[in-house]
Design a protein around this ligand. Structure first.
Ligand code: AMP
Length: 290
């Protein structure tokens, strides 16, 4: 695995691969890697000839009161995880490499960035879309891998890739969870034992609603009730919403197409997000034919 810190070195490394017709996979991350990230890297390594992982804690997607300065870092551990998951290139740019003096051009996502996290993190998806577009231009991957854990992010990025004709396939990988259901997240490191117990109530609610859905419950209001019941023990729910998985508009009436049940909450001072997809069998069959 090669480690590079500049865009010039990255391009020099990737050019011959591209000229040989090699398929390049890309996994953008903010580091402090866990098995969710490793799963993305392994999937890329299985489907591509070379896999680039970037670690960049992107300042423009953090709000002023958010955890940019304290975001967890452990580069040595991250390098080992990348190596073990079969990454070929680890790209570690400094902020000045990504945003040189005078930088002023941004990607403005549309309506998909407004609901859910967009309501509570103004400017977040503008920051995400801009840095991902820049990273796509640096790496020029054939495939890029994102986790369903950040569901709205996958929808915004897919839309951006289509709208801007970016020649990359966006692959979404299911959320990796602990054995007890907690979605893996770099921010779980902030949780002490008691907070972790409360954090678990989020996945408990979502997974209960998913089980009810799979047992035949289709009423959105009822599914939301089932999800909300265990979440009463969480300090502050920012949102719990059932939305159309493509438009992100709230589902009114029965769930007759793929829906995303999404939650964001504070457990102590840690903000966590999670979601499950609810796919009616008819939509699943239609999807598998597509
Ligand atoms: P981050 O480092 O948090 O920016 O995440 C980098 C990528 O890993 C994003 O595409 C995330 O959605 C993905 N990711 C984070 N946590 C998980 C998880 N538990 N399962 C699957 N993918 C994840």
């Amino acid at each position: 695995m090669r480690v590079v810190r500049t865009i010039a070195d990255l391009r020099a490394l990737l050019r011959p691969l591209r000229e040989e017709g090699k398929r390049i996979g890309f996994v953008p991350t903010m580091g402090f890697l866990h098995d969710g990230h490793a799963t993305l890297i392994r999937q890329s390594a299985a489907r591509c000839d070379a896999t680039v992982v970037s670690i960049f804690v992107n300042p423009t997607q953090f709000g002023l009161s958010e955890d940019l300065a304290s975001y967890p870092r452990d580069l040595e551990r991250d390098q080992n995880i990348c190596l073990e998951a079969d990454a070929s290139v680890l790209f570690l740019p400094e902020a000045a490499e990504i945003y040189p003096t005078g930088f002023q051009t941004h990607i403005e996502p549309g309506r998909l960035a407004d609901p859910l996290c967009g309501r509570f993190r103004p400017g977040h998806f503008r920051g995400v879309a801009t840095v991902v577009a820049k990273l796509f231009n640096m790496v020029q991957p054939d495939l890029a891998f994102f986790g369903q854990k950040d569901f709205q992010q996958t929808v915004v990025i897919r839309r951006m890739a289509r709208d801007l004709n970016l020649p990359v396939d966006v692959v979404v990988v299911p959320t990796v969870r602990e054995a007890d259901g907690l979605a893996l997240s770099s921010r779980n490191t902030y949780l002490d034992e008691d907070a972790r117990r409360r954090a678990l109530l989020l996945s408990e609610g979502l997974l209960a609603a998913k089980a009810a859905f799979e047992a035949g419950e289709r009423l959105g209001t009822r599914l939301l009730e089932i999800a909300r019941a265990p979440m009463a023990g969480v300090d502050s729910i920012q949102y719990l919403e059932l939305v159309d998985s493509q438009s992100l508009e709230p589902i009114q009436g029965p769930v007759d197409r793929t829906a995303a049940l999404c939650v964001a909450a504070y457990v102590g001072s840690t903000r966590l997000i999670d979601n499950v997809l609810l796919t009616p069998p008819v939509a699943a069959a239609a999807g598998s034919q597509a």
